[in-house]
Design a protein around this ligand. Structure first.
Ligand code: FEO
Ligand code: CA
Ligand code: CA
Ligand code: CA
Length: 631
């Protein structure tokens, strides 16, 4: 992280043309390898000594097989090198597809009483995979049975730390049974990711609010978060759940209030979700921690800001929802370079460093003003709301403010955005980028300067520079997504062409050479020829004066190039590199009919009438000549 940029000034590949294929398409001279599809075994034998079965196309792998293998729906990801030819990949699993997870398609509604082994298979397909990988004779492989390999899922116990810990808001039958006041079960809907300067992984809980069943009165906080269904997702609360044998593991999804004593039921159980979760990939036995001080919302991803010794460490995170907000967390602890990952001796307790920088600090939410100025509004007891009341009076103590991060942000007058997805930081300039994926609910009546297009079906990317203190910033719009042919110039504001048109930017990340990589999701596009792709741009090539116009303007020069097109029906997400930039790891999520080849990601699935069980997969992109990507 303290590396000086290895900056490059041009992109050394030809744009890939728009195409819809059941194949992963890369530029001339590049190849893409399928590395870790759903179901890839991480272990050969279970903890109980049972052999783990390889992935079976008929869906008959057991819950125990799934517990020891890569989960479904690969999403955010980060690579931690061990040496030049091996390292650890941490891979998020955003959600599951019951249709592919189980034999015979299968819908949970078909079962009146859910079967325990099926529910467990669903739990184990969620979470995070920690995967030791190795490069051998040009091919990356999973190191089966490596001591680094690990599965974190919906039954992995972990504590919630920070502002909400110790408040009593986490008390459930489970915390009482465990005798640990802040313990909860695992993590799920792990969408985007982050990593820390001290070498840990951050996984972000996104679409968690809709999974609970509540039949007692729904309080306004849960209303605001959307936790109000009288059915639990996937029937995870159905009758077997009340078997005492499974207390805690299963009954947890029914958060109805049944007692005045929260130790009698799970009425507080949902308060254990909605966080940034820290994992130490180098210490397989280190317990993950949910860092609650960084806010409780549908976190998309988490990116640290430019570091300066003696200054706080800053993290950015967007809430992916229409008209939702973007947040930053500023640590109380000041950055000490001896905490940088490259300076840490083996065996360092990285989770303790995480607690130091992430458990105490100030959470802010952004207000984007009309003149390119912006203000960070503090979500603290002393924060003064638009109506002139302190949050401490309106909401309560910091634990209660964190539980109700969304309500606190509403009261402070944060700017409702067009679905904040990933953030990315250019560590050379300190500029922070935010993908606003789309928002077709935006109307002429509620546009604002930072979200200026009504019916924003293609989305845009905004960026800002922090001011001298923690509370002010200056922003401008970097690029607008658009279709190149069908849209008038009034929509195609960045002048995109058929070589780089895109919709719904989602995953964005900088590499240390100054390339901003942009990945797209299908989203709300109408007339784009391709909706699942990776694009690249070097922002430092562009005019950086704040003119009020989008920074990217294709009429001036070739600026944005399409690097890859992912298989039909999929979403391109998660980008991380080997430190020599010879390999990019990226994820294909929810493809329709891919991968066909176990190795070559670019082989098109033949249209021979057979139906395939599609598998989300990690893909590695390299050059045939062994050169650095994009140079
Ligand atoms: Fe899981 Fe907002 O993407
Ligand atoms: Ca996303
Ligand atoms: Ca998305
Ligand atoms: Ca997704």
């Amino acid at each position: 992280t303290s590396d000086k940029t290895q900056g490059i000034s041009s992109l050394g590949f030809e744009s890939v043309s728009a195409q819809g294929k059941d194949a992963f398409v890369v530029p001339e001279g590049y190849f893409a390898q399928v590395l870790a599809p759903w179901g890839t075994n991480l272990f050969s034998v279970s903890v109980d000594g049972e052999p783990i079965q390889p992935f079976k196309q008929d869906g008959t792998n057991t819950d125990i097989d799934q517990l020891h293998s890569v989960g479904q729906m690969n999403d955010g990801m980060h690579y931690y090198p061990l040496d030049d030819t091996q390292g650890i990949l941490c891979i998020n699993h955003e959600f599951i597809s019951n249709g592919t997870l189980h034999e015979e398609g299968y819908s949970p509604n078909d079962e009146v009483i859910r079967q325990v082994d099926k529910v467990r298979k669903e739990y184990y397909a969620h979470g995070v995979s920690v995967v030791h990988i190795q490069l051998s004779q040009g091919i990356w492989q999973v190191v089966v049975d490596s001591p680094y390999n690990r599965r974190i899922h919906l039954s992995t116990e972990m504590d919630v730390t920070g502002a909400i810990a110790g408040s009593g808001l986490l008390t459930t039958k489970f915390t009482a049974e465990k005798g640990r006041p802040n313990v909860t079960h695992g993590t799920y809907n792990n969408c985007g990711n982050g990593f820390t300067p001290w070498g840990t992984y951050l996984t972000c809980e996104e679409n968690w609010p809709g999974h609970f069943k509540i039949t007692s009165e729904v309080d306004p906080v849960r209303e605001r978060y959307g936790t109000k269904s009288d059915k639990a997702f996937n029937g995870w609360d159905t009758p077997f759940a009340y078997d005492e044998q499974f207390t805690g593991e299963f009954k947890r999804w029914d958060i109805s209030k049944t007692s005045d004593n929260p130790e009698d039921d799970f009425q507080n159980y949902d308060n254990g979700f909605g966080y940034i979760v820290e994992i130490d990939p180098f210490s397989p036995n280190a317990k993950p921690a949910k860092r609650s001080s960084m806010g409780r919302f549908r976190h998309e991803d988490c990116t640290f800001g430019a570091l300066e010794p003696g200054k706080p460490v800053v993290f950015y995170s967007g809430h992916d929802g229409r008209f939702e907000y973007v947040y930053k967390f500023v640590s109380d602890a000041l950055w000490d370079e001896s905490d940088a990952s490259e300076n840490l001796p083996q065996g360092t307790d990285r989770m303790a460093i995480g607690a130091k920088y992430m458990d105490e600090g100030t959470l802010y939410v952004a207000r984007f003003d009309e003149n390119g100025k912006g203000v960070w509004l503090p979500l603290t007891q002393d924060g003064v709301t638009e109506s002139g009341v302190r949050l401490g009076v309106l909401i309560g103590n910091q634990a209660e403010i964190i539980r109700n991060t969304l309500g606190a942000a509403d009261e402070m007058g944060a700017t409702p955005m067009d679905r904040p997805e990933w953030t990315a930081v250019d560590y050379d300039t300190g500029l922070v980028y935010l993908a606003l994926t789309n928002n077709t609910d935006r109307t002429e009546d509620d546009v604002n300067a930072a979200n200026p297009r009504p019916d924003n079906e293609y989305g845009h990317i905004i960026r800002w520079q922090e001011g001298a203190d923690d509370t002010e910033f200056e922003w401008e719009i970097f690029i607008f997504g658009s279709a190149s042919e069908s849209d008038a110039a009034s929509i195609n504001l960045s002048g995109l062409t058929e070589d780089n048109e895109f919709s719904s930017a989602d995953g964005i990340t900088f590499d240390q050479r100054g390339i901003l990589w942009m990945q797209t999701d299908s989203g709300a596009k109408k007339d784009i020829q391709v909706d699942n792709q990776i694009l690249a741009v070097i922002p430092s090539n562009l005019d950086e004066t704040n003119t009020g116009e989008p920074v990217v303007n294709m009429s001036n020069q070739e600026q944005v190039k399409r690097f890859a097109v992912a298989p039909t029906g999929s979403e391109s997400t998660g980008i991380t590199f080997s430190p020599d930039y010879m390999h990019m790891f990226t994820n294909v999520q929810h493809p329709s009919n891919w991968p066909h080849s176990a190795l070559n990601a670019s082989v098109e699935t033949p249209d021979d009438g057979r139906s395939w069980r599609p598998r989300s997969s990690t893909v590695v992109i390299s050059r045939y000549d062994g050169g650095k990507l994009a140079e």
